[in-house]
Design a protein around this ligand. Structure first.
Ligand SMILES: [Zn+2]
Length: 355
């Protein structure tokens, strides 16, 4: 059991090597040694400032504290404690250390790559958590995330950990996109209301917008093959009694998020051909919907988002709405089937599809 440092934090003393010089190594040893009786400042590391004063939920601060104390039960840590488990990362098979989980695993790398931070962190080398944390925790989130105080990084830690646990214990594999999206949403809610704890339990936080009469409902989805960088896109334009189905395969697609964006753009072009006026696009990619509604800005999505926004001006009204995955199964099926089509119909961003 790890105890939360409490009132003893008010005592302040400077610790370091015998010579009085601070070194990261001494800071680390002191941190471990300070488990139940720690001083406020350990070398340059000030727990109060660097952890407890973060502008995020208490449970997230506690998690950051555990990360820095080496107290998160990742595979490597459990093995050290002689717990008989497979210490490997369930996603990639590497040794699951805390730095692997949070920074070096491909999954984490993808989350950081997408993260709308003012300075892109580079985690390819060794990470010294205690030394790097003050700068890392200070990275500002870019507008228009709406995260005023800039404390997105702790929420990213927390959401990578939650996604890992869901994957390990429930077999549910969230995408890096969804994981980041969830971190941004929680950070934003915290930043706005300061009390999102009670809302987090609710499964879906994007507000359900009712379908207005005279509006055409359109669902899109994409399936993506990481090995071959190809995507299948699927779309349904609800025009009873005859719904239109769109199913295409695209090559040279860099990410599943890009595939989702291109799916929506392609289906939007079809809506133009059909001379529809009031459109409601439904997607189960909360990150895409957030990009289109300009809640977040993701560098790799700039051009496709700009295309879609430009296209939307040609219609009387366009809404982008998030729906849960289970309500998007038809478009999902079309997308998956499209992946298996022998001949590509689209190449990269260039539309060469037949009607
Ligand atoms: Zn891994």
């Amino acid at each position: 059991m790890f105890q939360l440092p409490s009132e003893h934090l008010s005592r302040c003393s400077i610790v370091g090597t015998k010579t009085g010089d601070y070194s990261v190594k001494s800071g680390y040893y002191v941190a471990i040694g300070a488990e139940g009786d720690g001083p406020e400042a350990e070398g340059d590391f000030k727990w109060t400032n660097h952890v407890w004063k973060l502008d995020c939920a208490p449970k997230v601060k506690l998690f950051v504290w555990k990360v820095l104390k080496g107290a998160v039960p990742v595979g490597e840590r459990l093995l050290e404690r002689h717990i008989d488990i497979d210490p490997r990362c369930k996603r990639c098979g590497s040794n699951e250390s805390i730095t692997h989980l949070l920074f070096h695993c491909q999954f984490a790398q993808r989350v950081w790559h997408l993260a709308p931070l003012a300075t892109a962190p580079d985690f390819r080398g060794m990470i010294d958590l205690m030394a790097d944390w003050p700068a890392l925790s200070n990275l500002k989130a870019l507008p228009p995330t709406g995260i005023a105080s800039g404390n997105l990084v702790p929420w990213i830690f927390w959401n990578i950990w939650k996604a890992r646990n869901r994957f390990v214990f429930e077999g549910v594999s969230a995408s890096p996109e969804d994981t980041l999206s969830s971190a941004i949403r929680l950070a934003r809610e915290w930043s706005i209301s300061g009390k999102p704890e009670k809302t987090e339990g609710k499964k879906h936080r994007l507000i359900e917008v009712p379908v207005l009469s005279g509006t055409t409902r359109i669902q899109t989805d994409a399936a993506w093959c990481s090995a071959r960088k190809i995507a299948g896109i699927g779309g349904i334009i609800h025009l009873p009694p005859r719904n239109r189905e769109i199913q295409l395969k695209m090559e040279f697609i860099a990410s599943p998020l890009m595939a989702e964006g291109l799916a929506l753009r392609e289906v939007m072009l079809r809506c133009q051909d059909l001379e529809l006026h009031n459109l409601r696009f439904e997607s189960d990619s909360s990150l895409l919907v957030n990009c289109l509604n300009q809640v977040v800005s993701i560098a790799e999505m700039h051009s496709v988002v700009a295309d879609i926004i430009e296209l939307s001006r040609r219609f009387a009204s366009v809404a982008f709405v998030w729906i849960p995955r289970e309500r998007n199964v038809e478009a999902d099926m079309l997308a998956k089937r499209a992946l298996n089509v022998a001949e590509p119909l689209l190449v990269g961003n260039a539309v060469i599809a037949p009607n």
